[in-house]
Design a protein around this ligand. Structure first.
Ligand code: NAD
Length: 275
């Protein structure tokens, strides 16, 4: 992944637009929102893309759009929390594309938003399994295919992984997101010896479909929504950010333009965290 930028190498340096030419990226949660925008951005920069998500026509659209750009794309229908199917899917992707340079561990759910005393252990487990164990399984299964050449891993956490007030009813979600930050930092330390960089991004509110499958108790609806996302809650935006703004950051962290950045958490929240 390291590209020399001195004069004599300029001729072989990919143009800014095609900075990821010839590389393979794997994106989880690629069918919607941040994952979708990032898969398209990485493909526009020249990468071939393995798209992992639950079966959904939205993922088929992304696959088609990337193929329309002249890149290779393959959809793998897999639940990121399933260890057997994740091992199989990532092996199949690495075999199909012959290399793996970039991993975006992004699939996630809000899960059940409920006060702690009403939150069931099953609901807690579901959120932790998809958001945290899913990240672990993505990285664990990708590393064997990345370690010979190095590469870049980006994990999607959230401002909820670290901010002082995460919102009423979000104990499971926030715990999973905090776990992702810790996991990404430990992975950065462990994997530096293979020249694999690992960074974690912490978006604030982003306009996506994540609310579609969120379950919340009546008490949470009453208390949480006005507190966490009041109108104009991000000083930089009138409302929330856009998936394409997050995709630009993923592109930067995936490419060698960020070659000395690893083990870092980056907030992308229009200063929402500072409120
Ligand atoms: P989204 O719902 O638009 O997209 C999430 C994608 O993940 C969907 O395509 C969904 O099918 C997929 N997915 C869900 N469970 C899965 C599973 N078990 N296996 C495989 N795929 C699965 O939501 P989004 O906002 O784009 O979310 C992406 C990430 O961003 C999540 O980790 C989320 O926690 C994080 N995030 C979102 C926001 C926000 O405001 N939207 C803020 C901070 C962090």
């Amino acid at each position: 992944m390291n590209q020399k930028l001195d004069d004599k190498d300029q001729g072989s340096t990919p143009t800014e637009e095609l900075i990821l030419a010839g590389m393979t990226a794997l994106v989880t949660g690629a069918g919607s929102g941040i994952g979708r925008a990032s898969a398209l951005k990485l493909a526009r920069a020249g990468a071939n893309v393995c798209l992992l998500d639950l079966i959904d026509e939205r993922t088929a659209d992304v696959e088609e759009e990337i193929r329309g750009m002249g890149r290779q794309a393959e959809f793998y229908d897999v639940d990121v929390s399933d260890p057997v199917r994740m091992e199989r899917a990532i092996r199949a992707a690495a075999d199909r594309f012959g290399r793996l340079d970039i991993v975006f561990a992004n699939a996630g759910i809000n899960g059940t938003l409920a006060p702690i005393e009403d939150l069931t252990p099953e609901a807690w487990d579901d959120t932790l399994a998809i958001n945290l164990k899913g990240t672990f399984l993505t990285v664990k299964n990708a590393v064997p295919y990345m370690k010979a050449k190095g590469g870049s891993i980006v994990v999607t956490s959230s401002i909820n992984g670290n901010r002082k007030f995460s919102g009423f009813g979000m104990s499971a979600y926030s715990s999973s997101k905090a776990g992702q930050v810790a996991f990404a930092k430990m992975a950065a330390l462990e994997l530096a010896r293979y020249r694999i960089r690992v960074n974690v991004i912490c978006p604030g509110g982003i306009e996506t479909n994540i609310g579609e499958n969120t379950k919340s108790s009546k008490e949470v609806d009453k208390i949480r929504i006005p507190v966490v996302y009041p109108e104009g809650s991000q000083p930089l935006e009138h409302g929330q950010g856009r998936p394409e703004q997050v995709a630009d950051l993923v592109w930067f962290l995936a490419s060698d333009r960020s070659s000395h950045i690893t083990g870092t958490e980056i907030y992308i929240d229009g200063a929402e965290t500072l409120l």
